[in-house]
Design a protein. Structure first.
Length: 132
């Protein structure tokens, strides 16, 4: 698991709607059975070399502040720089515990969840029609 102050490597795999059923099957084959669907509005901008994202969904509003580093030795220095800019903007970052609590709020809402093994793609599409 990772928390609010952790560094991590991210990968984004966009899934076109017409490939969603194939993707669900692929994830089943990997042993993944559950998914979470949640619409967010995200506003992204750069400020002092930091990418800020203000994120809003039906459960909570929060911000992310990220900076790409190319060397592990720079992680702590850049983390401190991000925290200093957040302080100057009067933005309070999540503690690691509060960050995990926020993720659990989102991930554990039954109305956001679906089960690949119990629901067909057509059922998922009907339930989350605003996404398809």
């Amino acid at each position: 698991t990772w928390g609010g102050s952790d560094s991590r490597e991210e990968h984004s795999l966009p899934v076109p709607n017409e490939k969603f059923a194939d993707t669900v099957l692929f994830l089943q084959r990997l042993g993944w059975t559950n998914g979470v669907v949640l619409a967010t509005k995200t506003y992204v901008f750069q400020y002092q070399g930091i990418e800020f994202a203000f994120v809003s969904n039906k459960h909570l509003n929060y911000f992310e502040a990220e900076k790409i580093v190319t060397s592990k030795k720079d992680v702590n220095k850049e983390r401190d720089a991000i925290l200093a800019v957040c302080q100057s903007l009067q933005l309070q970052p999540f503690s690691d515990e509060a960050f995990m609590d926020a993720l659990n709020i989102i991930n554990n809402k039954p109305e956001n969840q679906f089960d690949f093994t119990r629901q067909s793609f057509e059922e998922i599409k009907k339930r989350f029609k605003e996404f398809f």
